[in-house]
Design a protein around this ligand. Structure first.
Ligand code: NDP
Length: 375
């Protein structure tokens, strides 16, 4: 089968991310226990995925498979036309490295596992900090973000972002983060607060300041008008937008408000667990429909010669979410990327929309008493 071509989405720092990626978390087994990776199953999956046209791989330190991802990539770089620049690799900072000065060493360890010089994207995996023994570390994730910025400045990652942060937590990051003027984008934004109401004075002032910074940085790139006196102004006023946020998005948990909010803020939303409870083997007893044999979905999928899982992925792509389906089966890896040659009608999208129940597959209740528990 010819390999698929996946379009890119452009992040607000100019880097491009393929609009669908391969997930590499092996998940929990039927007893709710984290699966131990087998020696090469993820390596094989990544290899098949690259052959099928995937150029975006999502992994994390805690998945304990970075080494397998690394071996698959190293082998392809050696034995095919693929180069490092062709691939978008994401990995994530685990909860017990939330200290500002722990971020770079943690990323360096991931890079060693991956056998890469840099990743394309580094995410804070959860806002929730923990110590290695599992007890809560209530350190502020804003400090962690400063470490993330340092990692980017050190060239260890092209872009940085967040995972499992709620809207207020994203706002706290937006309020304090820095950005180099050269990377600032002159963008048109609505003169309205994130809630869609009249902006507060602070929001208004921030918008004006951000615009001034954009203006100055454009002037600078045009004529070198960047003087020591403008530097503190730029430092004080500039805002860094995390360029990607990862959240569960699937038919039962569509999160339209979060998706709209991120769009407004220029944040690309990556949807993890994109199949939700579609498969009987993975659905909890209390999980709302649909399953993959839902007659309405089977009929829509059939019309396009596709499967219901493909339909679910296509829907996410069409609502502007980047899905990262996981599979370690060659046939399903090939199937999941094959969603860029059809388009749903508005009516069909409404059918898929109707399954939204705000139902979470992975609520991670073990952290529910943590001060930064996000859900
Ligand atoms: P998914 O929604 O991707 O579902 C994966 C399951 O679906 C596996 O059991 C897989 O089995 C099965 N499957 C895949 N494709 C098909 C298909 N076409 N037909 C039938 N069954 C299929 O769940 P995940 O939770 O793994 O989420 C995807 C990725 O998102 C993760 O792997 C990880 O990279 C990321 N993630 C990030 C999180 C975060 O906190 N940031 C949290 C959770 C996930 P099989 O392998 O046998 O095909």
């Amino acid at each position: 089968k010819a390999s698929a071509v996946v379009p890119d989405v452009t992040l607000n720092d100019g880097h491009k991310m393929p609009a669908l990626g391969l997930g590499t978390w092996l998940g929990y087994n039927a007893q709710g226990v984290r699966e131990r990776p087998k020696a090469s199953e993820v390596q094989e999956a990544v290899t098949w995925a690259l052959d099928a046209g995937y150029r975006h791989i999502d992994t994390a330190y805690i998945y304990r498979v970075e080494d397998q991802v690394g071996r698959a990539l190293t082998d392809k770089f050696k034995n095919s036309n693929l180069t490092r620049q062709d691939i978008f690799v994401t990995t994530k900072l685990w909860n017990d490295f939330h200290g500002e000065d722990q971020v770079i060493p943690a990323l360096q360890e991931s890079l060693r596992n991956l056998n890469l010089d840099y990743v394309d994207l580094y995410l804070i995996h959860w806002p929730v900090g923990q110590y290695a023994n599992g007890t809560f570390d209530a350190r502020d994730f804003v400090d962690t973000w400063r470490g993330m910025e340092a990692a980017q400045r050190a060239g260890l990652t092209r872009s940085i972002g967040l995972s499992n942060f709620n809207r207020d937590q994203i706002d706290r990051i937006l309020a304090v983060a820095e950005i180099k003027p050269a990377a600032l984008q002159v963008e048109h934004k609505k003169w309205a607060s994130s809630a869609g109401q009249i902006p507060t004075f602070t929001e208004y002032a921030r918008e004006v300041a951000a615009f001034a910074v954009s203006f100055l940085s454009v002037r600078e790139s045009l004529g070198g008008l960047f003087t020591p006196s403008t530097l503190p102004l730029i430092r004080l006023t500039s805002i860094r937008y995390p360029i990607r946020s990862q959240e569960a998005i699937n038919l039962n948990l569509q999160q339209p408000d979060l998706v709209a909010y991120c769009k407004q803020k220029g944040i690309v939303v990556v949807g993890y667990t994109p199949f939700g409870s579609l498969f009987y083997s993975r659905a909890r007893e209390d999980a709302p429909p649909p399953r993959a044999d839902d007659p309405q979905l089977v009929a829509i999928a059939g019309k396009y010669g596709k499967t219901v899982p493909q339909l679910a992925l296509r829907y996410l792509v069409e609502i502007g979410v980047v899905p990262i389906p996981k599979s370690v089966a060659k046939e399903r890896i090939e199937q999941n990327i094959d969603v860029f040659d059809f388009q749903l009608t508005e009516e069909e999208r409404q059918v898929l929309k109707s399954f939204d129940r705000n139902y979470r597959v992975l609520p991670q209740l073990k952290w529910k008493d943590h001060p930064y528990y996000p859900f």
